[in-house]
Design a protein around this ligand. Sequence first.
Ligand code: FES
Length: 64
Amino acid sequence: MFVCVCNGITERQVREAIDQGASTLQDLTACLGVASGCGTCAHFTNQLLDQSRDGCTSALMCAA
Ligand code: FES
């Protein structure tokens, strides 16, 4: 699934960057370019960061 349509960045790419140490939206913007365009993806990207901090690996698990 695409997280950032402007830059063609997938959820998998974001999760991999988080696994490799990205811990803020700024980190992800710097390494992937996510949220560097319209910014629509920033909220969902922050949710992925929050989920990783909570130890959750599935967006569905954390949707409730
Ligand atoms: S969708 Fe990510 S910057 Fe526009």
